[in-house]
Design a binder for this molecule. Structure first.
Ligand SMILES: Cc1ncc(COP(=O)(O)O)c(C=O)c1O
Length: 382
């Protein structure tokens, strides 16, 4: 929890702002990288979760590579000093300009999501006199049992190449002289808390890579993506996800061939719990049978509740009054600008400081200026 000095500091600052506990970030990375070392696995941090420069520089110092989903993320990863040989680049719609820049940057792998994309990368690589390292992002048709907007591995989702396309893919790779197949990539969704999903993924990966081996195709790298969930309800008592169980599932379930490298792409589990959105109460008003606590932070600062019906723990840091129920809402001119419904909080009044927890992933990075609002600044514990 925040100490009295931190709360005093929060009271002196203009709100809203993001606050990052860098000690927790480092503790999380300590445990994550100890697991990588134990199993000789590799990891590429998903910049989409949070691309702020302090966070990137800490993540990089732990030896992680970068997982990018746009040309500008690739550019940022390279400018931030990530080793190009540890940069991977996924995305269903890579533009020619983005492909050209990533080829020029000599990244480790384009994680390709369709046959036409393979053909375009080949032709651009040929025009540049280069050979592109590509992995096939596979759609394994697995339901991640998470919100529909963050499920990416079902056959109806737009991501990846379905198994029935494999023959076409192989023929394409064989005819494209400027492509080198370096691996298979999987990412079935995000905020996955049912560990059985990862057991199922390991099983599907075994089946899928067998298909390639039977065709005489050597797969040097298997990338299992990210997706492990965090505890949004109990950030205090459970601030670090169960990496030990997560990695032991793959260690047990995955058939690793000699010389093969295993990769992961964590995002949320690394940065979510270290970030908090700090806000002030502007007004408390009565609605029919309810009270609204109206904050100066809105959906433009943190869109997850509006976009994914996500529930973040909300705390009043400056009241010790008796417990009451509030709908906590923002000032944006949209009814979906609501952080929570019927939340129990100590009696809340104008000027109270509110903490919206677990906001370090998919928080500030998704912020926008809708309603011409200012972007919230970011502060750090160090
Ligand atoms: C391709 C890819 N890899 C990795 C991630 C990171 O996922 P997470 O933040 O759930 O760990 C994402 C996010 O959805 C992604 O799209």
């Amino acid at each position: 929890m925040f100490n009295t000095n931190e709360i005093r500091e929060f009271q002196q600052l203009e709100t809203p702002f993001y606050y990052y506990d860098l000690g927790l970030l480092k503790k999380t990375l300590d445990i994550y990288t100890a697991n990588l070392k134990k199993y000789s696995y590799h990891a590429h941090y998903a910049l989409k979760a949070n691309a702020n420069d302090r966070i990137l520089s800490i993540v990089k110092s732990y030896g992680l590579g970068a997982d990018c989903v746009s040309g500008n993320e690739v550019k940022l990863a390279l400018e931030s000093g990530f080793d190009p040989s540890m940069v991977v680049y996924a995305g269903v719609g890579k533009s020619d300009k983005e492909i050209r820049a990533a080829l020029a940057g000599n990244i480790f792998s384009f994680n390709c999501e369709s046959v036409p994309e393979l053909e375009i990368i080949d032709s651009i690589a040929s025009s540049m006199g280069k050979v592109a390292s590509v992995s096939l992002r596979i759609n394994p048709d697995i339901d991640a049992h998470t919100h529909k907007y963050i499920s990416t591995g079902r056959s109806q989702d737009k991501f990846g190449i379905s198994t029935w396309m494999f023959q076409d893919v192989i023929e394409t790779i064989n005819k494209c002289k400027n492509l080198q197949l370096v691996g298979l990539h999987f990412h079935v969704g995000s905020q996955i808390t049912d560990m059985k999903v990862f057991e199922m993924l390991a099983k599907r990966v075994n089946e899928i890579q067998s298909w390639f081996f039977e065709k005489g195709i050597d797969i040097q790298n298997i990338n299992l993506g990210g997706g492990l969930g965090i505890d949004y309800e109990n950030p205090e008592s459970n601030p670090i996800s169960d990496f030990n169980t997560y990695f032991s599932i793959f260690n047990k379930g995955l058939e690793v061939r000699p010389g093969q490298n295993i990769h992961f792409e964590p995002g949320r589990t690394i940065v979510a719990q270290c970030g908090t959105l700090i806000s002030r109460v502007l007004y408390v008003k009565f609605g029919r049978g309810k009270k609204f606590a109206i904050l100066d932070a809105g959906m433009n600062d943190l869109i997850r509740p509006a976009l994914y019906q996500a529930k973040h723990k909300i705390e009043n840091l400056t009241s010790t009054g008796r417990i009451m129920k509030y709908d906590v809402v923002g000032p944006v001119c949209e009814s979906s600008d609501r952080f929570s419904k019927g939340t129990l909080l100590p009696e809340t009044k104008r000027g109270d400081i509110m903490a919206i927890r677990s906001a370090g992933a998919y928080g500030q990075v998704m912020a926008m200026k809708y309603n011409q609002r200012d972007l919230a600044p970011e502060y750090y514990s160090e």
